[in-house]
Design a protein. Structure first.
Length: 246
């Protein structure tokens, strides 16, 4: 029996069960050139002096690990919003909607869940719900520490809005950090995405903000670690996790 694809929509509300076994994560194509550059530098510097071999080999392994693209098994359901990023949940609060998104999300404040990605986290970002990409907005900006609240307004960032099959919309924002200098998007307006589908990445440390619609309550707590495409961060019709924004 064929395994359900995680990258193609199969309809709303369908549960996913797979027999996927762990495998060594592949390097995403976006990162393969960086691994090749690091490996080439390792060879060149080792020719000059053997003392460079181990440090440069370690750097090459780290670059490969940064761009790793592990397999994820994604829960699906009309009432779920799934984490778009790996990392630490650092903020859960009701905030004004970014002005770039008010046309699609409205002007009423929404609960924002912020996920901080360190340089050791997987940096592939995934769609939080299944549906259609209604908006993609790239904004150039500064490179402040992504853990700061003002990074949501000042840093380089890229907004997405996904409209689910039920018409409810979820916004999320890729935010470049202190080290990050490049946001890469894989999805464009009009694309139909599955929940957990890869939609972009951010190079070398960053943050993702998720804007939960009215009636969708946070299911994560501050300090919790999320796994992109697997951790349920919001759910409709359920009480919020204790201590989160209402």
């Amino acid at each position: 029996m064929p395994m359900p694809s995680l990258d193609k929509p199969e309809g709303p509300g369908l549960p996913v069960t797979t027999t996927v076994k762990w495998r060594f994560p592949a390097v995403h194509p976006e990162g393969q050139k960086f691994v090749a550059i690091a490996f080439a530098l390792t060879l060149l510097l080792t020719i000059a002096s053997n003392i460079f071999f181990w440090p440069m080999l370690g750097l090459t392994v780290w670059v490969a690990a940064f761009f790793r693209d592990p397999v994820r098994t994604t829960p699906r359901g009309d009432d779920l919003v799934v984490a778009p990023a790996d990392g630490l949940v650092t903020m859960i609060e009701r905030v004004p909607v970014p002005r770039e998104l008010t046309g699609e999300l409205g002007s009423d404040p929404m609960v924002r869940v912020s996920i901080f990605m360190s340089v050791f986290d997987v940096h592939i970002n995934r769609a939080p719900i299944a549906g259609t990409i209604k908006q993609v907005v790239y904004i150039s900006g500064k490179f402040l520490n992504a853990d700061l609240d003002k990074a949501s307004e000042d840093n380089e960032r890229q907004h997405f809005v996904v409209e689910g099959y039920d018409g409810r919309r979820v916004g999320f924002t890729q935010i470049a950090g202190l080290v990050a200098r490049r946001i890469v998007g894989f999805a464009k307006v009009g694309d139909i995405v599955a929940v957990g589908q890869r939609v972009g990445l951010i190079r070398f440390g960053s943050r993702v903000d998720v804007y939960l619609p009215e009636g969708c309550t946070p299911q994560v707590a501050l300090g919790q670690r999320s796994v992109a495409g697997e951790t349920v961060i919001g759910r409709y019709g359920q009480p919020a996790v204790s201590g989160t924004a209402q």
